[in-house]
Design a protein around this ligand. Sequence first.
Ligand code: ATP
Length: 484
Amino acid sequence: MKLIVKVFPEITIKSPPVRKGFIRQLAKNIRTVLRDLDPELRVDGVWDNVEVETALSDAKTLQQMIERLRCTPGIAHCLEVHEYPLGDLDDILAKCKAHYADRLAGKIFAVRCKRAGKHPFSSMDVERHVGSELRIQCGAAGISLKAPEIEVRMEIRDQRLFVVHAQHDGIGGYPLGALEQTLVLMSGGFDSTVAAYQMMRRGLMTHFCFFNLGGRAHELGVMEVAHYLWKKYGSSHRVLFISVPFEEVVGEILEKVDNSQMGVVLKRMMLRASTEIAERLHIDALVTGEAISQVSSQTLPNLSVIDSATDMLVLRPLIASHKQDIIDTAFEIGTAEFAKNMPEYCGVISKNPTTKAKRYRIEHEEKQFDMAVLERAMANTRQVAIDRVIDELGQDLQVEEVIEASAGQVVLDIRHPDLAEDEPLQLQGIEVHTLPFYALNNRFKELDVNRQYLLYCDKGVMSRLHAHHLLSEGHVNVRVYRPS
Ligand SMILES: Nc1ncnc2c1ncn2[C@@H]1O[C@H](COP(=O)(O)OP(=O)(O)OP(=O)(O)O)[C@@H](O)[C@H]1O
């Protein structure tokens, strides 16, 4: 199969050397993202598109390839095409007929031709000839250029003809690796996950930084959603997940800072810490999910005082977004399910948080704060490559594993629903329920405590992590199911 990947239109209007650089980067990213599906894949960047060719014909793998391309930043859309050497107008007609004949009977259609190179005919000559002949030969109902039911599409490039079989829309943006890097402050809710996605889609390599305010379940949830985002939209580049233990910082704030000023001080501490991390890693900007007035503390005076804690650029891609739009995007990109179920832990809750923070007042409050506490948090920061984040977490956890389920036990398939649907787990005589890992924390307590639950996932890592967490929460009837 051949795919023609059309790059994001903003790239095509760049100067030739810049455009070339972007296309080279995109071709490299596509190779990386698809390599495990076909190590022999051919990827060539040309003028304003990238050609991808695979000798594989298995429908499931091809579908996976297309799905990955659709989520790769820099791609406007990709076309599934059939390639032929270019012949005369009748030959072009014959090729189009071979692919479209069975779809045209009784339909209103249009022929669209794009052409590059020197030919004895124009694009319009091709459209007219193919259109009028297909109409007669295939029994079509008519031609409408404005509102066709079916479009017969082709591209002619020099001496090659591509008949388009299907088009798949991508997410647009710039290829990762061609621009700078950012560090997103990730709390795992709707806002920070959408903010991270927007930066990634725009082509900025985005690392994740989480401040652990005291909730282990929150940390696990943030790791999972960060891993999901990276895997789905950014796996062409390895990024980092950084976890900063902020429990002691929260304790110090609770003890030393006036209640109404606590939220602003906490955010300033987060910015100080993330600035240091970003500088160490040569990252150019910080990103947060704040949107103006979304919560009472997200006011301009507060944001201004928060920003004065750092000289680093702080980007807030959602600043003027409506909450509903953010939620809709989270559903589209697949982070909403994580966000809805995120066991958020907020260490400092002010009764009357200030909405008009004053810098002198905040600085006065911070004078009481022992900065050694922040330094200790920084010294204990954990940094893991995102592709290892789940594995490393699961390594040392002691959880009993079961290789064969027996009657009476319930197997909980905690995989992402897409995966569970594609390859359903079927066990003779055993009760199997699907309960995705992101919903596990909230829904587990609704289950019958007298049953024994075996958690199942594909690699045995997520199941171990979650089983360990449930055990530590006091649910004793939990094991990991690892069929041999
Ligand atoms: N524990 C945390 N770790 C990392 N970043 C955080 C943390 N808490 C807050 N942030 C950052 O500050 C931003 C604002 O957080 P806040 O809790 O005020 O709003 P929010 O609307 O609940 O955010 P979200 O929906 O992203 O959880 C978040 O979007 C995130 O970028």
